[in-house]
Design a protein around this ligand. Structure first.
Ligand code: AMP
Length: 326
């Protein structure tokens, strides 16, 4: 599928000597993996090209993968093809100089709200942007061979964005493409140790989560990770945000939410669900995202309670009108 579009992207890449790759702010494993993986593939395939991954909010998250590239001068931007991966909207691009580039390609798996880019390849049903990058590589495997280094970046992103290949977006194609990466001989024991080991004290926090989570009448489970809680357990942003994942396996809870105090006083909301769609709910609270994984922001405890009430109502209505949910 999308062969003509992929061909256009391939031709554009061939055309330019300089390529700038960017991702979204507050990167996750998929944003980091897809951009770094694509860069590795292109550097290997086209050694004469200057390929750089440049973003403004460098993240300590996944530091075992090494740093991105340092800032470039305007001259680089003015002659570079920009490729933005895993980023739904322009305001979430973590590189404000990208407008200087003469051409922009978007490769993404989020539901498209406001299209952007001269060439835009968007497939919301894909489990990860990394999956799309591997698919792209496979379409031009003779010209762009897979490498072991790229495979590590891409496999990491596929694993982390699909909940270890558990989410409904995972298809046979996902696993076939993941297989291409495993064939390169990735050291998965070390990778998973980097991804999933936590310090001893973190498990004290986990126990605290289960003590403090709340449940509404219709089964929405939620947790408020306020500043005091973050300080008490010495959580960085990533760890505070990841608390959402502890709430994902509670029987009868088809929607779960985490509220995380931001340093600026606003509250980040992470919305997750089984069976039911939460994207519209997120859109009503300054957010958006995927059907069953969205993000939003609220600006007061009242607004937070309003969101919880609306989630409760959504869950109640869904349960009343559907069978087979767990
Ligand atoms: P998160 O809980 O932050 O991982 O977000 C889940 C999904 O929703 C991600 O794919 C994000 O791209 C998207 N998302 C998060 N926050 C927002 C926002 N404020 N506006 C639009 N989409 C968002």
């Amino acid at each position: 599928m999308f062969e003509a579009l992929k061909k256009q992207i391939f031709e554009k890449i061939r055309e330019y000597d300089r390529i700038l790759i960017a991702r979204h702010i507050r990167p996750d494993g998929d944003a980091i993996g897809s951009t770094r993986g694509l860069a590795e593939l292109l550097r290997n395939a086209f050694p004469q090209k200057d390929v750089r991954v440049i973003n403004e909010d460098d993240s300590a998250y996944l530091s075992f993968l090494g740093p991105e590239d340092p800032a470039a001068d305007d001259e680089f931007y003015r002659t570079a093809l920009a490729i933005v991966v895993d980023t739904g909207t322009m305001d979430r691009i973590s590189n404000k100089k990208i407008g200087l580039c003469p051409a922009l390609i978007k490769i993404d798996h989020h539901i498209e709200e406001t299209p952007f880019g001269d060439i835009s390849w968007v497939e919301p049903e894909r489990s990860s942007a990394c999956e799309m990058i591997v698919d792209f590589q496979q379409s031009f495997a003779d010209a762009i061979p897979m490498t072991k280094e790229a495979a590590l970046f891409l496999y990491q992103g596929m694993v982390s964005d699909s909940g270890r290949f558990r989410f409904p977006s995972v298809t046979g194609e996902t696993l076939r493409l993941a297989g291409v990466l495993l064939d390169q001989g990735i050291d998965t024991e070390t990778l998973f140790a980097h991804l999933y080991l936590e310090d001893f004290d973190y498990f004290r926090f986990e126990a605290y989560i289960y003590e403090h989570m709340q449940r509404t009448e219709s089964g929405v489970v939620y947790l408020y990770v306020d500043k005091a809680m973050q300080q008490r357990f010495g959580l960085d942003r990533e760890q505070a945000s990841n608390t959402i994942n502890y709430l994902d396996s509670i029987r009868g809870s088809i929607i779960w939410l985490a509220f995380i105090d931001n340093p600026d006083g606003s509250i980040r909301v992470r919305l997750r669900s089984r069976f039911v769609t939460v994207q519209e709910l997120a859109l009503r609270f300054h957010g958006g995202g995927h059907d069953r994984a969205s993000g939003a922001t609220v600006y007061s405890l009242e607004e937070m309670n309003q969101l919880i009430r609306e989630a409760d109502e959504l869950s109640r209505q869904f349960k009343e009108n559907h069978e087979g949910w767990l």
